[in-house]
Design a protein around this ligand. Structure first.
Ligand code: SAM
Length: 255
């Protein structure tokens, strides 16, 4: 019975716990995170005092800098140790942030936010119905006129730069991975993470999108005025199929 319960767990319930926590913390330096927070605020045209949901918020990497920019922030994540770390980071920075444990497909908010932010390859974790449910949950959480922002890798770029067997060290964790893409555009990846004598092997399965597919999904979820921007370490610019990453923004209609 117990073995079956473990077996049926979804990849995203286990992937982020353990050594990946160190990888996430070390992947983007604080100065770049602050630039990303300013970029998000600018792209969404948010003003001080407006409310935003960072979902999923991870360890509060962006939630806290966004709060420091004057936004009323709420953060949601599924990984409890990340939420504990995020709460500590908010305390250290003396900003008030509401953190909640929830699945991004079933959010407990109704028409509450000016913006919902899904940043850093945090979209596409499910099958098509689950990914649509994620966008619909964001839609339901927004006030009329509110905006949903998604930042992901561009499938077109990924396909034209496909290479396997990454081997790198982030924050003291060696990561070796192997991936393939299936016919439903899900990247199936195995990450072997090691540090000292500890070795963890984790599977990941993530739907990747090109601009057209993301636009269609957001439209299906009810968003209008959908725009796409290319995104790189230099900031946001024109989106093309060559953009490595992109930002998609959709608006919940008024009335
Ligand atoms: C790549 S991290 C990005 C975190 C954050 N947006 C950032 O930029 O640092 C993805 C996050 O998704 C969270 N997550 C995974 N599955 C989830 C789910 N079903 N519902 C809510 N959060 C989830 C993980 O715990 C992890 O914190």
């Amino acid at each position: 019975m117990k073995r079956n319960a473990v077996k049926s767990r979804q990849w995203f319930e286990t992937f982020f716990a353990g050594l990946y926590g160190r990888v996430l913390a070390g992947q983007i330096d604080p100065a770049r995170t602050r630039r990303q927070a300013r970029l998000i605020k600018r792209v969404l045209g948010l003003r001080k005092g407006q409310s935003a949901l960072d979902c999923p918020c991870g360890q509060g990497r962006l939630t806290v800098p966004l709060a420091r920019l004057g936004l009323k922030m709420t953060g949601v994540d599924l990984t409890r140790p990340f939420l504990a770390k995020a709460r500590r980071a908010a305390g250290t920075s003396h900003v008030g942030v509401d953190f909640h444990h929830s699945d991004m497909r079933t959010l407990p908010f109704d028409g509450r936010f000016d913006a919902v932010i899904n940043w850093f390859s945090s979209f596409g974790y499910f099958d098509d119905a689950g990914n649509l449910a994620t966008a619909r949950a964001a839609w339901a959480s927004l006030k009329p006129g509110g905006q949903f922002l998604v930042e992901v890798i561009n499938k077109s770029f990924l396909l034209s730069h496909w290479h396997n067997g990454r081997d790198e060290v982030i924050n003291g964790v060696r990561i070796v991975n192997n991936h393939r893409m299936d016919r439903t555009s899900h990247v199936r990846d195995t990450w072997t993470m090691s540090r000292g004598g500890r070795i963890e092997r984790r599977r990941l399965c993530m739907r990747v999108f090109n601009g057209t597919e993301m636009r269609a999904l957001l439209k299906q979820a009810g968003f209008v005025d959908i725009r796409l921007l290319g995104h790189s370490a230099k900031g946001a610019g024109r989106f093309t199929r060559h953009s490595r990453r992109f930002i998609a923004v959709g608006r919940k209609p008024i009335g």
